[in-house]
Design a protein around this ligand. Structure first.
Ligand SMILES: Cc1ncc(COP(=O)(O)O)c(C=O)c1O
Length: 394
């Protein structure tokens, strides 16, 4: 069966993913997924930080099925009860006052950049420059690729959208040098995910907040990966005590149903009718799923993420003491990076895959672990035991 799927894919699908792992999953349950050959895998990637409630979560599945039987889509020409209610829940549980829904992280970030431009347009000011960080990742649309501070994603698409200035992360002097009277926005991830789970320092973020407030620069946090409980708090900005003016969400917000969101404080809610729009964004299916996810997070899953994040990090640090091959364990909550002292990440992840564990790699030296937030000690212990066994043989 897998061979047939691979053959069809090879023939008809545009390959942007390179050589995929030789597996196709047919169902999931909690922390595990089952492949076409019946083999069961522990999922420490959660669809890249998406399936926060794991697979086939009873309440989420029921919500989606019930909503699909009633209404999937109506367009935003009409009021949508779940759209209004999810916006309310997100605003009531964050530092923001307004929400707008999109369909993906890139689209939410694109909207956030447009919102910052519109804020200055409304004020009759021209502040087109946007500062972002080296090694950041903000998406694959032309503007978000331009915002992304990694040349490999940009090269084939020149000319890029202008006025994005990239500075090194955690270097406040470089940041200050990049600020001009034309700087309108700063966009950054509280923890850089795609480039290997690299947290920004609290003092650095606090200083950026201060400068943005002083100079009327819109501070945008891209919480597409860090948001929705991933870092042990509902949003990662809470872990550093720095509030953005605008932040974006996607990935985990509806537990796997495509959705994105732009959240902002009232004074930055610069869109007026006709300025922005979307066909699918905020439809009844996605926003009902989003409400279910927020309810589950607030109802206990968030606490579990915090507790299990601490436990996981401790267990990995114990491994680090035992194996000098582990150079660093970093991250927050259940967004964890493990850096190895030698380029063994790919080979080790392959061995884990063969043993039935799905982990992510960044380059040759880093593991990225972003499991479902419903994870238990048992699954963490299974992974660390297997890692101990494998590392002992290196
Ligand atoms: C921080 C961050 N921003 C934006 C994106 C893009 O999200 P999407 O793939 O939903 O467009 C990602 C995806 O990995 C991300 O990690």
């Amino acid at each position: 069966m897998l061979d047939q799927i691979r053959e069809t894919d090879r023939k008809y699908y545009m390959n942007t993913f390179g050589e995929r792992l030789p597996v196709c999953f047919t169902e999931g349950n909690g922390m595990t997924m089952t492949a076409t050959d019946g083999k069961v895998y522990y999922d420490f990637m959660a669809g890249i930080a998406v399936n926060v409630l794991g697979h086939n979560h009873p309440k989420l599945t029921e919500t989606i099925c019930n909503q699909a039987k009633k209404l999937i889509h109506t367009s935003s020409l009409y009021y949508i009860e779940s759209q209004a209610n999810l916006a309310k829940m997100l605003c009531e549980n964050s530092c923001c006052d307004r929400a707008f829904f999109a369909n993906s992280g890139a689209e939410a970030n694109e909207g956030a950049l447009k919102l910052a431009r519109k804020y200055f347009y409304n004020k009759g000011q021209k502040k087109p420059e946007v500062i972002t960080l080296e090694n950041s990742f903000h998406g694959r649309t032309l503007a978000t690729v331009s915002a992304t501070g990694q040349e490999k994603y940009q090269k084939p698409y020149a000319p890029l959208v202008e006025k994005f200035i990239h500075v090194p992360a955690n270097d406040i002097e470089a940041f200050k040098k990049a600020v001009t009277e034309k700087t309108g926005a700063v966009m950054l991830e509280v923890i850089q995910g795609e480039s290997g789970v690299r947290p920004l320092q609290k003092a650095y973020l606090q200083e950026i907040r201060k400068i943005c407030t002083e100079k009327d620069i819109v501070l945008i946090f891209d919480e597409v990966q860090t948001g929705m409980g991933r870092c042990g708090t509902l949003f990662a900005y809470e872990t550093v005590g720095v509030e953005p003016d605008i932040f974006t969400l996607a990935k985990a917000l509806a537990g796997g149903i495509p959705i994105g969101a732009i959240l902002c404080k009232e004074q930055f809610a610069a869109f007026t009718p006709g300025d922005h729009g979307t066909t699918f964004g905020g439809n009844p299916l996605a926003t009902s799923a989003g409400i279910c996810v927020v309810n589950e997070l607030l109802g206990g899953v968030l606490n579990n993420a915090k507790e299990m994040g601490t436990y996981f990090m401790n267990e990995l640090n114990l491994l680090k003491e035992k194996f000098p091959l582990i150079r660093e364990v970093r991250g927050k909550g259940l967004m964890i990076g493990v850096e190895f002292a030698q380029p063994i990440a790919k080979a080790l992840s392959k061995q884990l895959f063969e043993a039935g564990f799905l982990v992510g790699t960044v380059g040759e030296t880093v593991f990225r672990l972003v499991p479902p937030l419903i994870i238990t000690k048992n699954e963490i212990d299974l992974l660390t035991a297997k890692l101990t066994e494998l590392l002992t043989a290196y």
